[in-house]
Design a binder for this molecule. Sequence first.
Ligand code: BG6
Length: 322
Amino acid sequence: MGHSAAVWDYRAATEITKDWNGIDKIVLRNPRGASARVSLSGGQVTSWRNEQGEELLFTSNKVSSKPPKAVRGGIPICFPQFFIWMLAKFRNCGSLEQHGFARNKIWTIDGNPPPLSPNDSQGKSFVDLLLKPSEDLKCWPHSFEFRLRVSLAADGNLTLISRIRNVNGKPFSFSFAYHTYLSVSDISEVRIEGLETLDYLDNLCQKERFTEQGDAITFESEVDRVYLSAPNVVAVLDHERKRTYVVRKEGLPDVAVWNPWEKKSKSMVDLRDSEYKQMLCVNGAAIEKPVTLKPGEEWTGRLEVSVVASTLSSEHFDLQRM
Ligand code: BG6
């Protein structure tokens, strides 16, 4: 692109345009030509491309929903709940939709975000978004501010930092997930490392608790699980593309893993029948133990995704090195 990192103006590398529905989206670029797109609809990252212009996140070609309903793909934000039942005991009113309302709301650009550590700004193009309570949130009447920073680093890494604050309201609890749809060559060729031996809740068996027995997680049918107290680095190896996604998380104890496989895909209005083969959700999350914030308290959940070239397909990924 003819820019050296030394003269790259990261602020100027952030562009605001409108999507086909007239909703603002922010395009982040780095000096090497990588990019990310973030929509004010849901605060959702809808695209993340490497310097070769290859898309790294899955997004369905079948668009059935109109914003502010989340599109199938990218990184929808699940807040203030993941599973419907998880927060039931903390609430005493109304119904809250599956995966919460944040992904279905229109966010604003946060013109005056409180400072983050210099590490979370330097050498990055980023945008700060804000979600505040709206009139229609009667089923979750809490006084919160949700700040989301999405940033793209010089090396192409994508980072999302969520800061949720109780603005002097009554204490409240929530669960949370970055519902990350990774783009994969073929789900049958993919494995996840870092979750072996962990306990998980199986959403296909009434959230019963099991212990993972496999050496790595591979896919040959529908998977819908929440791995509990997972390590902070998990790797997703795509043999065919010789690409490994490294997912690093902080403040997010759990990892939800989902692929709908064939039968469920056919029942989904916003996923083509065979698209399940090209996607895998690996979600940094706080699900099993909801987070509780007292008045004035703030919680931070951070996710960083990077891509490294894999060498031998039979090799295990060296998670200790990361
Ligand atoms: C997963 C859930 O995280 O998201 C699944 O565990 C669910 O049960 C999937 O089907 C998709 O959810 P939604 O609400 O985006 O269709």
